[in-house]
Design a protein around this ligand. Sequence first.
Ligand code: ADP
Length: 415
Amino acid sequence: MTGVALLAAIGTLVIWLTDRQQGLATAWDQWTIPLLSALYFGIGVLHVVKPRCMPWALPPTLIATSVYLLVAIHLAMEGPSLPKLYALTSLAQMIPVFYVIAFVAWPRGGAWISGLTYAGLLAQYLFSLQAPMPTGGWGDIQPLTQKALLASVLIHPACILALSFIVHLRGQLSTSQQEAFKGKERFLAMLSHEIRTPLQAMLGTIDLLALKLNGSAETRALDRLRNSATQLDTHLRDVTEFTRLEDPALRIQADTFDLTQLLNDLRDDWIERAQAKGLTLSIDIAPGDQAALQAVTSDATRVRQIVCNLISNALKYTLVGGVTVHASLSRQPLARGMTIVVEDSGVGIAAQYLETIFQPYVRLEDARALRVDGTGLGLAVVQRLVDHLGGQLHVDSHPDRGSRFTVELPMADNG
Ligand code: ADP
């Protein structure tokens, strides 16, 4: 969206400058085109800094464009000249493109704004039929102008109807997608509830039994049983979470929270497991960013889930050394954000797998004969969460030297 708006801003300006140099810009173009170009530029910037305002900003921009097109055509009909004829022929081609942009940028209002633009065009055509036709010089162009308008008047309704139909089909598709998703979610929720409830009861009974057993062989057998039941529970949770994230209607809950606190809490949650493997687990907050990171805006639950999955993997795939979570503020030219890096000194990942590990159910354990339990869903969940938050995820890894997972998240707008 930002790219398209900026391209439109630059494109209109370049066309205007070229037209001016060749004497093809009319008096109307002289001041309206720079204004429109500034408007498109503003839309592009707004989409980055305040995306929530887009539903309010898009309709006026489309209306302004429609008014520009209609007035330019109207002026071209009065006392035709070369610049006016040029404006008319180029704008006649632009109008269907305008309909498409209107339907894409504003699906609900696309039919209205296109319909109104068409009505303006039709009115001008009817008006041109009654106006006296000048003759001589550029006046001879008038019949040509009328024909160009007639072609538009005849073709445009089909264009608008086709676009409305496509938007309607898209709406229907997304409704049936949502219904299919809800059915799948209901089934999975039922399944995971039916399996997880007895599993929790089994885990409780295993703990009770452990209190009564004395023999080391029996305790070992019980430990194996507990580990398997816990693994099964984790896998079920992964599958349920992954399915939930497939929901296209999933919304983020943006709020202001303390990222340093969140990371320290996660360290407290994982430190025992790290120490049990003889690994270190530390948090490193960029010194200058300490204060800013204490009040970041995003979906705290999702951010926690992302870092939690990355720490869990880092500890799983590290045999010696440790794991460090770095946090800093990222300063992009247009928007502030946060950067979280989870770095380990583990087994690393070969270059040919760096793309595939984010796909669901992909595991490298068969290829590298490392027996670590997992579903292959952890990184797929992280990737989806980062996408939901509008961020980016990169990995940098070398076999036997460790991995660095970098998450770049924008500050969300919590309204
Ligand atoms: P899994 O449940 O297998 O951990 P993930 O989706 O989290 O699934 O990871 C996919 C694969 O990527 C893993 O099987 C593992 O081989 C590799 N991987 C993920 N994180 C790391 C890491 N920090 N170090 C080395 N390999 C990793």
